[in-house]
Design a protein around this ligand. Structure first.
Ligand code: ZN
Length: 133
């Protein structure tokens, strides 16, 4: 079962990074023809999702994260002042699973794999685990 890691260095407190090409290269190099690829981030304040990498939508995504996460006196802020980042990460999720078909990730025309940094800047790790079908 091939397992590989990516490293992503984010530059801003909240930032969305398209990691599709790095993940696709790992999948292509794994030699698995049919199966599943799990793309996961072992962190509590960043997230992984699949959607379009269109600049307006990326901006909208950052806006809605801000709207849903900065509207209350969160209890976790008493510990390390980043409850909003944890909450957004929980809502979005820390992993996605995608089919591998014909040796490649199966994505829709406009689908991209995105890492959402919610409490940066930080150095993030992404694990790509590929299961042969
Ligand atoms: Zn925290």
């Amino acid at each position: 079962m091939p397992v590989e890691h990516l490293r992503v260095s984010t530059k801003q407190r909240r930032q969305i990074v398209d990691i599709t090409s790095q993940v696709a290269a790992i999948v292509t190099g794994a030699g698995v023809t049919e199966g599943l690829a799990c793309i996961s981030a072992p962190h509590c304040t960043c997230a992984i999702y699949v959607n379009e990498n269109e600049s307006g939508l990326v901006s909208d995504t950052l806006d809605i994260i801000a709207q849903i996460s900065e509207t209350a006196d969160w209890q976790h802020d008493r510990i390390d002042d980043n409850a909003a980042a944890h909450l957004a990460a929980s809502i979005i999720g820390s992993s996605v699973v995608l089919p591998v078909v014909g040796g490649q990730l199966e994505l829709g025309t406009w689908q991209r794999i995105m890492l959402a940094e919610l409490d940066g800047p930080r150095n993030r790790r992404v694990t790509v685990t590929i299961l042969s079908g």
